[in-house]
Design a protein. Structure first.
Length: 442
């Protein structure tokens, strides 16, 4: 497959697709079936409507009105309708999507040939439409249409793009559930039509189109949410980097606190979600410092009482920033409380033990520990043992004793690199692409 001359591949694929399409048309013309039945017009309208309302998200749809209409045409009308419906629908869709022209013949052929073949087979069998055998045949035919479409499209695209054939034809097992839902819906719709006629079937088809439209709205909302999350995380990570330019310990410190916080949360048995929340809060806990003046951020400056008031406001500023940008809702409550103390002497709200979120207590332990052991701290650097001794001294007053001991257990047996987090990497901890998807609910 990959050895094919690239210049010849589009021509070869177009020839194959045109031949398949011509064969489909010949079968449809030779034995068209009952075109006098207006059902095929109803099915055509449903297929085209589904194609337009699900454009750009059709590959992710659970129920496909296009497939439903084509399969019902194959089972209830005949080869001519089974040819016209998928071909007309795909052409109508192409006028909107305008994907590359070389793929259009492939889509036409792979949607038309399996559908026409199943229609011709069902017509030749001439089964009684009131018997169970007919509905089993419709279900089997629906499966053949899906499988045939997949095999033809995958093989032709592999040839067109010069990819290996075997991987392209590997069955998509994750879509078996979707295929089963579609096949069951086709079979049920055929039974409804045979029992009740047009009225109920039209209702079913309208419901399928409406479902497709609602699903499209959901997908579009999800895409917008992902774009918003991407923008939000881009802004937040940019603010941390700007903060790092003003205070060169900022990014490393945030990365270290994030790592320690996540590991403490895991050590005490918190859920995966809370571990991720602790990690994210660690990354962003100091983001409110971005709003502080350059004077306050400078080292070696004697701070005034007004400066200290400004510094004590940074948890609130960070929480307000997160609320405005709209990333994780719970984050703002954690960020605003990460300088609170169990004894009620913290800031900005003077909360006491039970009023402080547990993750905020974890962030406080991680932050104090990293500040005491870091090489870029404002004070004399302590060893890990000395830092833990200091943390234990203030347990129950400044820090939550449970999380101090959890950190001590976590550090037991760890090497210097982990204990001191000198090489903590903000980009590695940020994992921006994964975090964007999670923030969007993806």
């Amino acid at each position: 497959m990959t050895g094919q001359d690239p210049a010849q591949r589009p021509r070869l694929v177009a020839t194959i697709a045109a031949s398949a399409l011509a064969l489909s048309a010949a079968v449809a013309v030779a034995d068209p079936g009952s075109l006098a039945d207006p059902l095929w017009i109803v099915l055509l309208g449903c297929a085209i409507a589904s194609r337009f309302v699900t454009t750009d998200v059709s590959s992710r749809m659970i129920v496909s009105g296009m497939f439903l209409s084509g399969a019902l045409a194959a089972g209830l009308v005949g080869p001519a309708a089974a040819f016209v419906i998928p071909v007309a629908t795909e052409l109508a869709g192409w006028t909107v999507d305008r994907y590359r022209r070389s793929v259009l013949p492939l889509n036409l052929a792979s949607s038309a040939l399996p559908t026409v073949a199943v229609a011709a087979a069902l017509q030749a069998l001439d089964l009684d439409h009131d018997r169970v055998g007919f509905f089993l045949a419709v279900a089997l035919g629906s499966f053949v249409i899906l499988a045939g479409n997949f095999l033809m499209m995958s093989a032709e695209m592999a040839l067109l793009d010069g990819h290996r054939l075997a991987p392209a034809l590997r069955p998509p097992l994750e879509l078996l559930g979707t295929a089963a839902v579609n096949i069951a819906l086709v079979t049920a719709a055929a039974a409804v039509y045979e029992q009740t006629g047009y009225a109920v079937l039209v209702f079913v088809l309208v419901a399928v189109v409406a479902f497709g439209y609602m699903a499209r709205l959901v997908m579009l909302a999800r895409d917008r949410a992902r774009e918003y999350a991407n923008l939000s995380w881009g802004v937040l990570s940019g603010l941390i980097r700007t903060l790092d330019a003003r205070d060169q310990r900022a990014a490393r410190h945030c990365a270290a606190v994030a790592r320690f916080a996540r590991d403490i949360a895991a050590h005490v048995g918190m859920s995966e979600r809370d571990q991720e929340l602790a990690h994210t809060a660690g990354l962003l806990h100091d983001i409110g410092r971005f709003a502080l003046s350059d004077r306050v951020m400078e080292r070696g400056v004697v701070l005034t009482e007004d400066d200290w008031v400004a510094i004590r406001r940074h948890p609130e500023l960070g929480a307000d920033l997160l609320r405005d940008i709209g990333v994780y809702g719970p984050l703002s409550e954690i960020i605003v409380a990460h300088h609170e103390r169990p004894d009620g002497k913290g800031y900005p709200r003077r909360l006491t033990g039970g009023e402080i979120p547990d993750i905020a207590k974890i962030i406080a332990v991680a932050e104090v520990y990293d500040t005491l052991t870091a090489p870029d701290t404002y004070r004399t650097r302590l060893s890990s043992f000395e830092a833990l001794t200091e943390l234990r001294r203030v347990s129950g007053t400044q820090l939550e004793e449970r999380y101090v001991e959890a950190l001590a257990e976590l550090l037991a047996g760890q090497g210097t690199e982990y204990r001191h987090a000198d090489a903590a990497d903000y980009d590695e901890e940020l994992a921006i692409e994964r975090r964007m998807n999670q923030a969007a609910g993806g």
